[in-house]
Design a protein around this ligand. Sequence first.
Ligand SMILES: *[C@@H]1O[C@H](CO)[C@@H](O)[C@H](O)[C@H]1NC(C)=O
Ligand SMILES: *[C@@H]1O[C@H](CO)[C@@H](O)[C@H](O)[C@H]1NC(C)=O
Ligand SMILES: *[C@@H]1O[C@H](CO)[C@@H](O)[C@H](O)[C@H]1NC(C)=O
Ligand SMILES: *[C@@H]1O[C@H](CO)[C@@H](O)[C@H](O)[C@H]1NC(C)=O
Length: 357
Amino acid sequence: MDEVKNQGSDNVKRFLKKFFIICTLLTTLLYVYHGWWRSDSYTTFGHVKNNGSLTILLWHWPFVQSYVLEGDVCWDLFHIPHCKLVDDRSYFSSADIVVFHNRELIQGRQKLPTDLLRPEGQRWAWMSLESPAHNGNLKPFANIFNMTISYRRDADVTIPYGELLPKEEETPLPEDITVNKSSLVCWVVSNYMRHHKRTQVYKELSAVVPVQVYGRWTGKPLSSSDLLPTISRCFFYLAFENSLAKDYITEKLWKNSYEAGAVPVVLGPSIQDYKAVAPPHSFIHVNEFASVRELGEYLQELAKDKKRYAEYFNWKQWWKVKLYVDWRERLCNICSQNSTLQYKKTYSDLEAWDKKV
Ligand SMILES: *[C@@H]1O[C@H](CO)[C@@H](O)[C@H](O)[C@H]1NC(C)=O
Ligand SMILES: *[C@@H]1O[C@H](CO)[C@@H](O)[C@H](O)[C@H]1NC(C)=O
Ligand SMILES: *[C@@H]1O[C@H](CO)[C@@H](O)[C@H](O)[C@H]1NC(C)=O
Ligand SMILES: *[C@@H]1O[C@H](CO)[C@@H](O)[C@H](O)[C@H]1NC(C)=O
């Protein structure tokens, strides 16, 4: 009897031991698989939320063209950590920030998902790199967005067309900056409009000094590979913006002028706006002169004086230009700027913000 009893309890013990081991294994597997041991990650609607990462959902791509978002794009391409960039709308319920590009919204080609319940704490961001004149009527967007993403310095996330970065090492300037220069003033214009302020300035200037004009308007379009070499042969480049708006400084300055190596003559926002982002003594602002005639005369004198002309390039010894052209990089920059963002915010009148001068 005793023997039978002992055998029985041994069986129970063995069974319990096996059961315990299997349970432990299963639990461990489950934990590892879902990553539940990390306190800051949890699953929502099938998506594993990143550990301490910000999830940015782009609702639709700007201007239709999409990019590949495989792997950890922000880290792999731009070395921006803790940033998960997605364009799959099934991430809606777990995204921290949902980004909407303005153009498609005002054209009616895309709609805001106002029928979906916005998850607690999720922020909606309005994004545009256009000047206010091209943003359309934003009155219908009152009380919807929590963030603005624009080239403007007072946007929540500023994504300029370009910026300066310090060089790791000082580089000397060329002996003679003017060796390859054959034109005094150049302008590239594809969208010529008589009512543009820039057209009026161009006309007045070309009455004083020769202005070499390229671009679609002249019937002499420049291919993108010819653009910079052509401008590099000019002493001055007319970096005239098509809209005159606060902080609206485009690749006409950063790429066409600075990268090509022509001194920009700028027409756009105020001198103060340029000074805030561009190197000192690197550009000539139209407003520095009482008249366009005086501007023309100044350019002529400067081109004759190699030493004074070269002073406009001094900054290149210490600074290099960084252009922003990839939408993925612009979006990843939301994460770099996250820590300085005001979290709780609503744009009650986006139209007024956009059209503010
Ligand atoms: C979580 O963070 C670690 C360390 O920063 C990183 O190696 C890992 O890839 C992250 N996991 C996810 C799902 O992002
Ligand atoms: C982003 O900013 C918010 C609010 O300041 C903060 O709570 C959150 O931890 C930040 N996230 C990351 C990944 O830095
Ligand atoms: C002038 O042109 C030559 C040949 O294209 C180039 O190697 C050189 O760097 C240019 N010099 C300057 C100062 O731009
Ligand atoms: C974002 O804006 C919406 C709509 O006005 C508002 O209900 C929500 O509280 C805002 N969220 C944050 C984080 O400010």
